[in-house]
Design a protein around this ligand. Structure first.
Ligand code: NAI
Length: 390
């Protein structure tokens, strides 16, 4: 199978590695020669490390490398069966590239975008044959993260969806099919992990380190929300939140936080700038926490923090199911395989009990009277009918 990848940055080069490892013939295109050279050098390093770890041998390394050709003309992608675009997140630029690409490729070629925040319908609208357009959303780093969200637009044909799911599954990825709505599954359902933790901090209930400790120790999350925001970058994470908030017509549930906005404005971006919610040494190791240090935490406080963040995540996942964004299985797979949550949120809801979920949401709503804390109608209906998700 011939794959064309547009953009050889973080995502494009990772996707190229995934496709080449599965035996596809990949053409990786970028307008910037430095970006192409960098991608080629980075792959050499990654594969050398995989040899050191005993995961692949030298022949396999050469096979993967020889499956990728680095090209600097879009026309070179003309034989592709599937193209995946991973260039700058700008609708006008993407549309321009897509309409030019359509002039080179065959009628059957599937044209996909790896966009995180633009609607697939708006990108598809740039094509003469929009039914061949689909979203294929990888997670960073693409070779390591198992999840790929596949997003059919309103224009996408069923056969293009089926074929895309088959190709991505052949690349040994877990596919979650998502509706073409802001944030798809993961970037929508994960919002409270950050937003509710920031709110807990802003209310003065606990400091950053205490909230992180609670979610890791009581909840089993690999990283706390503040560690994770520092890792992702406060600028990047804030922009995703703001984009999702605007795209949902300012639904209070996705409201961004001033705390994060100020940190971002101050240049406290996280690990990459040496300072965020934590301070970091040159190797990126945390050496202190902003605004105080964490003291011993009472178990009841840690549980209270964890329960509040968890129920908000469950409510978001339940509402995504209620609005048919994806199936229950795909919503749970998305969170465990896209962002390494210790459990699927709907399975977690079953474990905690649907009654508990509704009662906790109602407690928050009664306390604050904010729309942010409205309980999903699906949870309420399930409580009435004594149902579970699985
Ligand atoms: P990046 O900045 O690392 O790479 C973008 C590459 O595209 C650069 O090498 C640039 O030279 C090239 N480029 C820009 N305009 C071009 C054009 N007109 N034609 C050809 N090449 C062009 O960006 P990154 O992070 O890889 O993101 C790419 C896309 O993937 C964006 O749509 C982003 O939203 C999406 N995405 C990013 C994720 C991430 O964690 N970085 C995760 C999932 C999706």
């Amino acid at each position: 199978m011939k794959i064309g990848i547009i953009g050889s940055g973080t995502m494009g080069s990772g996707i190229a590695q995934v496709a080449a490892t599965s035996g596809c013939n990949v053409k990786l295109y970028d307008t910037n020669q430095d970006a192409l050279d960098k991608a080629e050098r980075a792959l050499e390093k990654i594969l050398a490390r995989l040899i050191e770890k005993g995961r692949i041998d030298n022949d396999e390394k050469h096979r993967i490398q020889s499956n990728i050709t680095y090209v600097n003309s879009l026309k070179d992608l003309k034989d592709s069966d599937l193209t995946i675009e991973a260039i700058v997140e700008n609708l006008d630029i993407k549309k321009k590239v897509f309409s030019e690409l359509e002039g080179y490729v065959s009628q059957q070629c599937i044209i996909a975008s790896n966009t995180s925040s633009l609607s697939i319908a708006s990108i598809a609208a740039s094509l003469q044959r929009p039914e061949r357009c689909i979203g294929i959303h990888f997670f960073n780093p693409a070779p390591l993260m198992k999840l790929v969200e596949v997003i059919p637009a309103v224009q996408t044909s069923d056969s293009v969806l089926d074929e895309t799911v088959k190709i991505i599954s052949d690349w040994k990825k877990t596919v979650a099919i998502a509706k073409d709505t802001p944030g798809f599954i993961v970037n929508r359902v994960a919002r409270p992990f950050y937003g509710e933790s920031l709110r807990i901090y802003e209310e003065g209930i606990a400091d950053f380190a205490t909230i992180d400790w609670s979610l890791k120790t009581v909840g089993g999350f690999r990283m706390g929300p503040f560690e994770l925001m520092d890792f992702i970058g406060n600028d990047v994470n804030y922009t995703v939140t703001e984009t999702v908030f605007e795209a949902f017509y300012y639904d209070a549930r996705y409201k961004p936080s001033f705390t994060q906005k100020r940190l971002s404005e101050a240049g406290y971006l996280g690990r990459k700038s040496g300072k965020g919610y934590y301070q970091y040494d040159e190797s990126g190791k945390p050496i202190g926490v902003l605004n105080g240090t964490s003291s011993a935490v009472e178990k009841s406080l840690a549980e209270q923090i964890f329960d509040r963040v968890l129920v908000m995540l469950i409510n978001e996942a339940a509402d995504a199911l209620f609005l048919n964004i994806a199936s229950a299985e795909d919503i749970d797979n998305a969170m465990t395989k896209g962002v390494n949550y210790p459990k699927g949120l709907l399975a977690w809801a079953d474990e905690k009990g649907i009654d508990w979920c509704v009662d906790e949401m109602d407690k928050l709503y009664n306390e604050y009277h904010e729309d942010r804390y409205r309980c999903s109608p699906l949870l309420r209906r399930m409580k009435r009918q004594s149902k579970t998700f699985f």
